[in-house]
Design a protein around this ligand. Structure first.
Ligand SMILES: [Zn+2]
Length: 239
């Protein structure tokens, strides 16, 4: 993975401003993971995408993802942390990322698939459309079409795909220390990555503003300083 400069951070943050969270994650991946010609990260399985985002997070911000949510039982603030290295490991070695279910072959869903059903309000219709997009072929000629499936079938297909593409869904197991309420909550990795990137970009812009005001240097001149030199000048200006 190529090194990530401060100028890269700012350019990416600027490019991602008007994009949907899904597309921001892909923008970051495409900036730093050179893909073979003709390959688009939008067509990567969600597990592969999340693995790439976890690797990027580790390189840019360190391995620890920290967050918090609110207990549904008593309203207590629940803090959690996830280690990116464990996430990367979970996806390692996952093979074909396709499954045979009820006589039909399905590939793992991609970001492009999710974008196509993003505006679908009905969960059942969304599941049907997603399964339709991911169906590759009928193995068993007598297989019943997915249109006749019930909720349980879609649930089981989801579980089978999670085994084939383990990082497609990252579920946090949360237990409240006050009321002992437990629940599982999905971790939105693109959103967490972007929040970190945005915080870094804003901190950099703030530092550029401070140094430009004090010394009259241009943005490019300030960004060309090493982190250590910039920090030292900031320290002297703010002292
Ligand atoms: Zn609670």
């Amino acid at each position: 993975m190529p090194a990530i400069s401060n100028a890269d951070f700012l350019a990416l943050w600027e490019d991602g401003q008007r994009l949907h969270s899904l597309d921001r994650g892909l923008l970051a991946i495409q900036a730093w993971f050179p893909s073979p010609a003709g390959e688009d990260a939008a067509d990567w399985s969600l597990g592969r995408r999340n693995q790439a985002l976890a690797a990027l997070h580790e390189q840019c911000f360190g391995p620890r993802i920290e967050g918090w949510t609110v207990c549904e039982g008593c309203g207590e603030k629940l803090e959690f942390h996830v280690d990116c290295r464990a996430l990367i490991e979970r996806q390692r070695g996952s093979g074909s990322q396709s499954v045979i279910f009820k006589g039909q072959t399905f590939r793992a869903p991609t970001s492009r698939d999710l974008a196509r059903i993003a505006r679908e309000c009905d969960a059942g219709t969304a599941a049907l459309r997603l399964a339709g997009m991911c169906r590759m072929e009928e193995v068993d000629a007598d297989a019943h079409g997915i249109a006749s499936w019930g909720d349980k079938d879609f649930e089981e297909l989801g579980e089978a795909i999670t085994l084939a593409d383990p990082l497609a869904e990252i579920l946090l197991s949360l237990e409240c220390p006050v009321c002992a309420h437990t629940r599982q909550e999905p971790l939105d990795l693109p959103a967490f990555f972007w929040a970190e990137l945005e915080a870094t970009a804003k901190r950099l812009l703030n530092e550029i503003h401070t140094l430009a005001t004090a010394y009259g240097w241009s943005e490019a001149e300030i960004l060309s300083l090493s982190d250590a030199r910039r920090a030292m000048y900031l320290h002297m200006v703010l002292a």
